[in-house]
Ligand binder design. Sequence first.
Ligand code: LMR
Length: 333
Amino acid sequence: MRNFIWAAASIATLVLSGPALAQSPVIIKFSHVVATDTPKGKGAEKFKELAEKYTGGKVKVEVYPNSTLYKDKEELEALQLGSVQMLAPSNSKFGPLGIREFEVFDLPYILPDLKTLRKVTEGPLGTKLLKLLDAKGITGLAYWDNGFKQMSANKKLITPADYQGVKFRIQSSRVIQAQFKSLGSLPQVMAFSEVYQALQTGVVDGQENTWSNIYTQKMHEVQKYITETNHGYIGYVVIVNKKFWDDLPADIRDPLSKAMKEATEFSNAQSQKENDDALAEIKKSGKSEIIKLTADQDEAMRKAMEPVYKEAAGRIGQGLIDEFLKEAKSTTN
Ligand code: LMR
């Protein structure tokens, strides 16, 4: 049965990606779930600008932001079927595809800053992880940043005990699920496009996200408190349908690779500012109270989440976690 489904998907890919290539210009549909005014949204726009310029108009990139084309899970299926060519899902969303390893990025407090992250994504582990996508008919092109996550709810979240029994929306990552379980919370997987309404109607009590996502989805308008925890990271893997990519003639693929490289540099250079600006706007709005933790409170949160590492080892392997930590500490790149 599996083989049959795989064969059917491959045929669909052939049929669907064939005409895209025969077309002139070649159309790249780039679907994503966040607003245009975010690190990923701006990265996608930059890629469009450069890709069209460097291919001399042989390629047209259509960017579909804010889940207008597909929601989280659907977009990965659509990419495999070839009905969309490019996506940038967060590291936390590859588990349902059968690739758990990207969830290493979800481990609480694993990255002290973006500089450390770069050592991993630009090192051998970053390349190795991208290679895992090949088997799923996907080519990994780049890593794009968003930033660090904050916790929000309609109650003050200060000590680990405050998280007890709170319903949190999470991305589809088992490591994130374990993180909230370690705090005694009730995590619930939900598509990004549904979070605002779920918070507004009380389907969930809280969520974790970056400042830019909180601000552009207006989550701060339906959450009374946001605690500045910086406890985890959200970043993206820019991916493309492998067959579509492999079938491109070199005089198109090479300028697209150049466009992706430059769009990546652009996107990663402005992600921090996007999040800083969003935080300033949230503060200015006065809609959410921003809570800062003392050093002791921060330490208590770190301690409460420590068991997640042991649980994650069972899912993604202790070897992978060790490799990640080793590269993060290295001074070579
Ligand atoms: C989320 O689902 O919270 C984020 O991954 C959305 C995104 O793409 O930044």
